[in-house]
Design a protein around this ligand. Structure first.
Ligand SMILES: [Zn+2]
Ligand SMILES: [Zn+2]
Length: 305
């Protein structure tokens, strides 16, 4: 199975705490990285998780609030010091590019690689080597987007008896066929489709960024294997969540239940809570398969059964 790991680099809201850095989540699959938000100091966490500064990489920024963005500048500078040459995909609100141009110029940061910038808008925003990335409008105090990162379809079920019948010896050739590639065996070309079932859907990761829950987001995140959702407040501070356009942990769980996702990860916790165990308890009443993110948490996402 191809490993798809989701690693939390920062899990605090607005201000960092001694334990939690500012928001950032990395998805890694076969050497390709998708980084969602880029809180201050993210490059240090990026290095400690051995994510690889020269990787094929896409950065998705949800909105232009400092806690989600300012780490990008440091990350770009560290990548340049490491002599990155590969282009970097960046997706976000239009003014993100302006901020990058102005700050890199003012601080004399000479980038060693090009930035391929896409303006975030509802719908498919990018296809990469391994993923299709979609965006939807979030309900926050400024223009904000949520993202779904979907693994490109994986090959169908492999039938060893069919491979044997075609005279393909077990080993390397089988594994190539399983990955959807064709092989040559005994002078004959064998296509993957001859020995596998129809392609199956890939794994789907949803990331809300800062938002109130909404019916649109229920639809957008429908069927995600892993949903990472704004959980800034406990239910007892719900007025603050409404006023500041965030969600409570119970609201995140209610949305996860309605969207029929497989697992929910709560993140972006207000620094006012020294422990988030009560937020997790409140959420599990609506959606039992809920965990709280912490800095360094890494989750291997399996294929659905
Ligand atoms: Zn935030
Ligand atoms: Zn915000």
């Amino acid at each position: 199975m191809v490993r798809l790991a989701v690693t939390f680099l920062g899990t605090s809201a607005a201000a960092p705490t001694a334990e939690r850095g500012l928001p950032s989540v990395a998805i890694k699959r076969e050497g390709e990285i998708v980084l969602m938000d880029s809180g201050e100091g993210v490059q240090r966490r990026f290095l400690s998780e051995s994510l690889g500064l020269g990787s094929d990489m896409t950065v998705l920024i949800t909105h232009l609030h400092g806690d989600h963005v300012t780490g990008l500048l440091g990350l770009l500078q560290t990548m340049s010091l490491a002599q990155r040459h590969k282009p970097l995909n960046v997706v976000g609100p239009a003014r993100l590019l302006k901020w990058l141009e102005v700050t890199t110029e003012l601080l004399h940061i000479g980038l060693t690689f090009p930035i391929s910038f896409r303006v975030a808008k509802p719908g498919v925003v990018l296809r990469t080597g391994g993923f299709r990335i979609r965006a939807a409008r979030a309900a926050h105090s400024v223009e904000a987007y949520s993202y779904v990162v979907e693994e490109l379809g994986r090959p169908g079920v492999f039938y060893p008896e069919k491979a044997k019948a075609l005279g393909v010896p077990e080993g390397k050739l089988w594994s190539r066929l399983q990955k959807g590639r064709s092989v040559t065996s005994g002078g004959k070309k064998i296509e993957s489709a001859q020995v596998t079932g129809p392609p199956r859907p890939g794994r789907k990761i949803g990331y809300s960024g800062d938002t109130r829950p909404s019916a649109g987001l229920v639809r957008f995140f429908s069927g995600c294997d892993l949903l990472i959702f704004d959980s800034t407040f406990s239910g007892r501070d719900r007025e603050k969540a409404v006023e500041r356009k965030h969600s409570t942990s119970a609201e995140a769980a209610e949305l996860a239940r309605r969207a029929k996702v497989r697992q929910l990860v709560l993140t972006h916790f207000s620094a006012r809570y020294t422990s988030v165990s009560s937020l997790v308890r409140e959420a599990r009443r609506f959606f039992p398969d809920t965990v709280a993110a912490f800095d360094g948490l890494s989750i291997d996402v399996s294929y659905p059964a």
